[in-house]
Ligand binder design. Structure first.
Ligand code: SF4
Ligand code: SF4
Length: 445
């Protein structure tokens, strides 16, 4: 039996401690008495004195094991995580595809890194994608599709064709199927929502950058008109049918007043209890968006601001959706069987690279070249081979951060880390308050 290295305890109030374990993601309040008992237990376990436990100790031990604060066996949990990470890297029973049926978009966002590309997927590329899925059956356990772009709703016919073909293959081979979409929401009208439900697209990420005035400045239509009002009207219907995650992209121009105003507008639209809201760190990922570099937060600034943004969510009665949950793999770039596919059939490993041919790793329908630099540069990074990550208290949650950032040697070390490294403690407090439905702002004088 061993005590997890990923335990975190902090006094909460006169009677309780806040307890968190990064391996299970469990957050709970623990009474002072139980915390004292926990310390006693850890002493016993570390001294290998585990033959006898009192009924109170045995009871607490069961709860602590449930939350992974204490675990059975002699294998170091770090090695267990490393094994699971490696297994997930080479798992070919799951196929993850992010498909951009078009790179065209109806918006002209200030920071867009798609560089206003055009282009629609041809019938030939569609056939090759179907071929890729067929080729992996039988033996496929899960097929996960993310529709991406440009604006994927501009190519609804392609989404229909491909989805239908996936369903036909699924009928024969019985794998699990999940589908989601990243959309700007402007075209997400009733008719589209109903059709997406039929096509099993049951989750969508929609971006809103602030209240109407601010959002329309950042994310105007191509013709300069506002997009906010139409998106809100669309969300009113969509929220009852599909799971909606609202992403609010933030930079140094995003004030708390702006966030509060947006949250009030969402509330007035009746959306507060029907949507998740998360904050996205705007970063100048490519030359196409280098124009915004000056207004972007660095990771330390973002982590600090993020706490205030989530504090606003809490103060406005929203559920906190961002949780420090463990994962076995960072993103598609680290899994051998995950591909992003652009309309021309190029394959990529990273969302930030989609649409930039110089960053492609190959073509759909051709043999995959695992020696391709654009594949290896992202795939080769392994957080379990990095001494700093191995020693890190948030490793199970961060897993070394974004591998693409590791390809930029000019980035400061701290920039590679996820915001959890910098704001775990205050974020845990917000999450705990959220569970108690108390507002930490009430404690600030
Ligand atoms: S490498 Fe980084 S930017 Fe690219 S998909 Fe992964 S997390 Fe996202
Ligand atoms: S990148 Fe930073 S925060 Fe993430 S695991 Fe490594 S050291 Fe920890």
């Amino acid at each position: 039996m061993r005590v997890s290295r990923y335990n975190y305890f902090k006094p909460w109030d006169d009677n309780n401690f806040l307890a968190y374990n990064a391996r299970s993601g469990g957050v709970a309040l623990m009474t002072k008495d139980n915390y004292a008992l926990y310390l006693k237990l850890t002493k016993k376990i570390n001294a290998r004195d585990t033959d006898h436990f009192s009924p109170e100790e045995a009871d607490l031990l069961t709860q602590l094991k449930h939350g992974s604060f204490i675990y059975d066996g002699e294998q170091d949990e770090l090695e267990d995580l490393h094994f699971k990470h490696n297994a997930a890297r080479y798992d070919r029973t799951v196929l993850n595809l992010a498909i951009a049926p078009t790179m065209a978009c109806n918006l002209a966002c200030r920071y867009c890194y798609e560089d206003n590309k055009k282009g629609r997927m041809s019938g030939d590329i569609i056939e090759k994608i179907i071929g890729l899925v067929e080729e992996q059956t039988p033996g496929l356990r899960e097929l996960n599709i993310a529709w991406y772009g440009g604006e994927p709703l501009l190519a609804m016919d392609i989404i229909e064709d491909l989805s239908q073909s996936f369903f036909d293959i699924q009928k024969e081979h019985k794998f699990q199927y999940a589908s989601s979409m990243i959309s700007n929401g402007y075209l997400l009208n009733k008719e589209k929502v109903d059709r997406l439900c039929e096509l099993k697209v049951l989750e969508a990420q929609i971006t809103l950058d602030g209240p109407e005035k601010y959002h329309d400045l950042n994310r105007p239509l191509k013709n300069g008109g506002g997009s906010f009002r139409t998106i809100i009207e669309n969300l009113k219907y969509a929220a009852d049918k599909i799971r909606l995650n609202i992403r609010v992209n933030v930079d140094k121009n995003t004030s708390i007043d702006n966030i509060n105003e947006l949250l009030r507008e969402l509330d007035q639209a009746g959306l507060r209890e029907k949507i998740g809201v998360n904050f996205g760190h705007l970063e100048a990922m490519t030359s196409a968006c280098s124009n915004i570099a000056e207004s972007c937060y660095n990771i330390v600034e973002f982590s600090k601001a993020e706490v205030d943004y989530y504090g606003s969510l809490l103060a406005n009665g929203y559920v906190i959706g961002k949780l420090p949950l463990p994962s076995v793999i960072t993103c598609m770039s680290q899994n051998i069987n995950s591909y992003l596919i652009d309309p021309e059939g190029r394959l990529y490993k990273c969302f930030a690279n989609l649409g930039d041919p110089s960053k492609a790793m190959g073509y759909i329908g051709k043999e995959i070249e695992y020696g391709n630099h654009n594949f290896t540069s992202l795939f080769q990074f392994n957080p379990f081979l990095d001494e700093e990550c191995r020693q890190c208290a948030v490793l199970p949650v961060c897993l070394g951060g974004c591998p693409e950032k590791r390809t930029h040697p000019e980035l400061k070390k701290e920039e590679r880390c996820s915001s959890w490294k910098h704001n775990l403690e205050p974020m845990l407090e917000i999450i705990a308050y959220s569970r108690q439905q108390k507002n930490p702002m009430d404690n600030r004088s």
